[in-house]
Design a protein around this ligand. Structure first.
Ligand SMILES: [Mg+2]
Length: 436
């Protein structure tokens, strides 16, 4: 038995926790560089704002709707997510964090009333974190996803098509068979998890329109006429679990930090600053994962959509002398790569650093200790850990290598984020003040 817990309009909900005046208003969160909508409040959805709709179009189309547009504040969302997931874990013995705002919990064998327990967890998240969420419970992951959809829709529009008593928490296993079939009939096949736009078109061409059509399909026929993916989905909808539960996060294969610039960059100095900062951030992620990298890849390119401009795109891979998570070594290699690929005369739009060939730091360390040409290694590791602690406590960029420049957000290459809210939960300087 699985539960799926999912934060409602998660990014917008995180913003509303610290700015209650945003409640009841159409709010959207914009992608990096304030490009397009990546989260919408219910009020924004009601205005017909589509996912990924570019902000300039929205502004032109709805000049008087009172829309509040915010720049993405991923530091805040990531921290709020960790807090929400920690409480969600109380639902059952194991948890698979599926995305920033969704997790599956294996609730097999959990004693007592599951629905009451889910309501309690939901209330605790609302009370302690301030984010509303929905919980779906069912025998398979695909059905749990659907149960979550029912919980949300019943909350938003009670009675159409799902009954009000299933709002917020829906346990499909407790819904009588004939009622369940009426839900399936009222739901289009493309709403089903794993049925993308492409597959739903193929299904429709064969007369499979609703979820009920899918549920009634013979899995063998599903594989023959469509694919193993459709077969697996059909089996899951019929109540047979076919998808693995992954409570151990897969080790990262690479760590990257890439950004588009607010304004194009044409000279080497600001690029060096940007690449130094990206390499610093990537090294930080690496240390948090307990990994070391063997290679650094650095790239720059112009804006491919500005076809009237001269185009340039290059990358370089620089091997590290030994696998490491040391900021200074990684920054130096990234800069060496950058100087190799930089050519003047181009309007560079994006740059990035990727750390490749990642390995477990402990395993590598065991091997390193056998060598004796690294007397500085313990000192270097202590320096990195100390920088991480200071930056954790006082905010990102408090302490950095001088190569990253000292201009703060005024540096010419920083990202355009006009409407970013403070890092309320992770930066002492941004701590909200309550007035009595
Ligand atoms: Mg969500």
């Amino acid at each position: 038995m699985y539960a799926l817990l999912d934060g409602n309009n998660f990014y917008v909900s995180c913003e509303r926790v610290f700015r209650p005046s945003l409640r009841g208003r159409p709010v959207i969160v914009l992608s990096n560089n304030d490009g397009c909508a990546i989260a919408r409040s219910n009020e924004a959805k009601a205005l017909g704002i589509a996912m990924a709709e570019p902000w300039p179009y929205i502004k032109r189309r709805l000049p008087d709707a009172g829309i509040v547009a915010l720049s993405a504040n991923f530091t805040l969302y990531g921290d709020m997510s960790n807090r929400m997931m920690a409480i969600a874990a109380g639902l059952g013995p194991s948890q698979e964090i599926y995305s920033i705002d969704e997790c599956f919990i294996d609730v097999t064998g959990v004693p007592g009333d599951l629905v009451a327990r889910a309501h309690k967890v939901r209330e605790r998240i609302a009370h302690w974190i301030g984010v509303p969420c929905g919980i779906g419970i069912a025998p398979t992951k695909t059905l749990a996803k659907f149960a979550n959809h029912v919980a949300k829709e019943a909350d938003r529009k009670p009675g159409a098509p799902y009954p009000a008593h299933l709002a917020q928490v829906c346990n499909l296993a407790a819904v009588p068979q004939d009622e369940l079939e009426s839900f399936f009939e009222a739901t289009e096949a493309r709403e089903v998890w794993g049925i993308g736009r492409q597959i739903s078109k193929q299904l429709e061409a064969e007369g499979v329109r609703t979820m009920l059509d899918l549920v009634r399909m013979d899995p063998v026929v599903a594989r023959r006429r469509f694919s193993v993916v459709v077969e697996r989905t059909v089996r899951e909808l019929q109540g047979t679990p076919c998808m693995a539960f992954e409570d151990q996060p897969a080790p990262r294969k690479q760590v990257a930090c890439t950004r588009a610039f607010g304004d194009p960059v044409t000279t080497l100095a600001p690029l060096e600053e940007a690449v130094s900062e990206y390499a610093t951030r990537a090294a930080f992620k690496l240390r948090q994962d307990g990994s070391v990298a063997a290679e650094v890849l650095v790239f720059v390119h112009t804006n491919p959509f500005r076809t009237h401009e001269k185009q340039y795109a290059r990358s370089a891979t620089v091997p590290l002398r030994r696998p490491t998570a040391d900021t200074a070594a990684i920054v130096q290699s990234a800069l060496r790569g950058l100087r190799e690929i930089f050519r003047p005369g181009f309007r560079i739009h994006k740059a990035g650093v990727m750390l490749l060939d990642l390995r477990d730091a402990h395993v590598e360390q065991g091997e390193l200790d056998l060598e004796d040409d690294a007397p500085d290694e313990p000192r270097v590791r202590k320096l990195g850990a100390a920088m991480d602690r200071i930056n954790d406590r006082f905010g990102r960029g408090t302490l950095q290598l001088a190569a990253a420049g000292v201009g703060g957000d005024a540096r010419s290459w920083t990202m355009k984020q006009q409407w970013r809210t403070p890092q309320y939960t992770t930066n002492w300087a941004h701590l909200p003040v309550a007035h009595a």
